[in-house]
Design a protein. Structure first.
Length: 559
């Protein structure tokens, strides 16, 4: 009787366990010490593609591929022997032939005195697929499908550890103009087409990437010197120099290539920085040019960037920059008729930095606009107390193209109470000849208000005497190089005489710059020059000294 009751209880318990197994969504199987399957649930049958009866009559090897059997049985033996749980991840084949990523968790249990391994499979295929997709997005450019900069950096690190690679950065020449002309859609199509072209011409060992915008990268293995790097650049240029068919038709995309190759101890970031510098130099040349990294040029560019940062800080602080004033003298050589404002920079570490060194940096960086405004404001504030004298201030082409420059200048004059007729704006001839309609309108408004325009450094650049008939200017300044050569050069004397003659016939005043001795002044006086400026009369003076100089001169003139 008791045995019968126990049998019923065991049967009930077994049925309950079956129900529990079937309720589990994950595939489950029980395996004995001989690797025979003693129980499975329906989820496992669905995964493996056979019914329960088939699996209960089969060894565990039946659902494993040959390369998995040894590892799988060894793991079961480990769980049987140690009694410790074991979790692994593996790839198995589903009954439909698909590869499935599963996490297998094993635990030793007992059915009475019989040890079994409970194996639960968790399908993580969707998770691993999503992770792979995310990783692909993280390391690939979505537009072209090429690896991106993050992937390139990893490839660089590996290559630098094992080889001597060269990094070529390729920029599409004037691509922005194409993009602006035809729109982003056409631009994107051309980028995809170029990426396809680049992949087609690259060697099998080359690794490609799109690092951003219209810049691509080619990592070339075993490129140890300039000759090998040049060969790689020439090969790419030759194969990329053919039209690409895009939505708007065939387009020839010129390229610029910057190249740097590895040196012992060089890191990936430094190699990339060097290639970027070389690309910067290549882009300054016509299309289809390539440049190699040059340490001396890089040092020079670094120094320029440092100086730009220092100039920006100096503008913000306002305690390093100053305006000096050089007097302008009349024809008799005694009376001061005006001054020219000249910016000076006393660098805290480098001392006095010449304008010829920092003005081009200010122009290239756009700092010339706030710098020019600061100089004009300071000069007008200083010279407003001398209404009988003219104030000449240099105006760069970038300032001229700045929106609202005319209103800004007139506002500064009004703020300090200076008559616009007292101000002379000095611009170069090349600037005057390259004026667009907006600049012409701004200068016309300034002249209408009374501001005078002075043609600076005449005789250099595009200078032609015929231009004086066309340009609306009130005065011309003869470049000091001609004044310096007066005594020994007949050509210099002839040019100065011609300028003075045309100036007199057109009613345009002429100022000679760089007058340093009395012989030069004598020549100029004999030619009819009516204004001089130079070290013969005075060096540029700081504001306080200039005010003292001018006040003393005014007192002598009044006596």
């Amino acid at each position: 009787m008791q045995q019968a009751e126990q049998g019923h209880a065991d049967a009930a318990l077994g049925a309950c366990m079956r129900m529990m197994l079937e309720a589990l969504p994950s595939p489950v199987l029980l395996i004995d010490r001989t690797d025979r399957i003693v129980e499975v649930n329906q989820a496992f049958c669905d995964l493996a593609g056979k019914d329960r009866a088939y699996w209960l009559a089969s060894p565990v090897e039946a659902y494993l591929s040959p390369d998995q059997i040894a590892r799988f049985t060894a793991e079961h033996a480990q769980v049987f022997a140690t009694g410790e749980d074991l979790e692994t991840e593996e790839v198995i084949d589903g009954h439909d032939g698909t590869r499935r990523n599963v996490v297998t968790r094993r635990r030793r249990i007992f059915a009475g005195d019989t040890p079994l391994v409970l194996t639960i499979l968790t399908d993580i295929t969707a998770l691993r697929t999503a992770e792979a997709h995310i990783r692909h997005l993280a390391y690939h450019d979505t537009l072209t499908g090429l690896p991106n900069r993050a992937a390139l950096n990893e490839q660089l690190a590996v290559a630098l550890a094992n080889q001597a690679p060269a990094l070529l950065l390729i920029d599409l020449y004037q691509f922005k103009d194409i993009n602006d002309a035809f729109g982003d859609g056409v631009g994107d199509a051309l980028l995809r087409a170029f990426a396809y072209r680049l992949a087609g011409v690259a060697r099998g060992s080359d690794r490609l990437a799109r690092t951003g915008g219209d810049t691509f990268a080619v990592l070339v293995d075993d490129c140890r010197d300039a000759a090998a790097a040049e060969a790689a650049c020439q090969r790419l240029l030759a194969q990329l120099d053919s039209p690409i068919v895009g939505p708007s038709g065939a387009v020839t995309l010129g390229v610029s290539i910057g190249c740097a190759w590895a040196e012992p101890g060089l890191c990936a970031d430094e190699l990339h920085r060097r290639a970027e510098f070389a690309l910067y130099e290549a882009k300054r040349q016509p299309a289809n040019a390539f440049c190699f990294y040059d340490a001396a040029l890089a040092d020079e560019r670094h120094a320029r960037r440092k100086l730009e940062a220092d100039l920006r800080a100096a503008l913000a602080a306002g305690d390093q920059l100053d305006v000096h004033y050089q007097p302008v003298i009349d024809a008799c050589g005694h009376r001061v008729v005006g001054v020219e404002a000249l910016v000076r920079w006393q660098h805290p570490q480098q001392g006095m930095i010449p304008p010829l060194r920092f003005i081009p940096i200010a122009e290239a960086s756009g700092l010339i606009v706030p710098l020019g405004e600061w100089v004009l404001d300071r000069a007008v504030a200083t010279m407003a107390g001398f209404p009988q004298l003219s104030l000449a201030v240099n105006l760069s082409p970038i300032q001229l193209r700045s929106p609202g420059i005319d209103a800004q200048i007139l506002a500064i004059l009004a703020r300090h109470g200076m008559d616009p007729r007292q101000l002379q704006l000095e611009v170069t001839e090349s600037t005057m000849l390259a004026m667009d309609a907006g600049v012409e309108l701004a200068l016309a408004r300034l002249r209408e208000a009374g501001v005078q325009l002075v043609l600076d450094d005449f005789g250099t650049g595009y200078s032609s005497l015929s231009h004086l008939h066309k340009l609306a200017v009130d005065r011309v300044k003869i470049d000091q190089s001609f004044v310096r050569d007066l005594a020994r050069s007949k050509d210099a004397r002839a040019i100065i005489q011609a300028v003075l003659g045309i100036g007199q016939s057109l009613g345009i005043g002429v100022t000679a710059e760089g007058v340093e001795d009395e012989l030069q002044q004598s020549f100029l006086r004999s030619f009819g020059c009516n204004e001089y400026q130079g070290y013969l009369f005075s060096r540029p003076l700081p504001a306080a000294d200039a005010v003292t100089f001018l006040e003393a001169h005014m007192e002598r003139a009044a006596a």
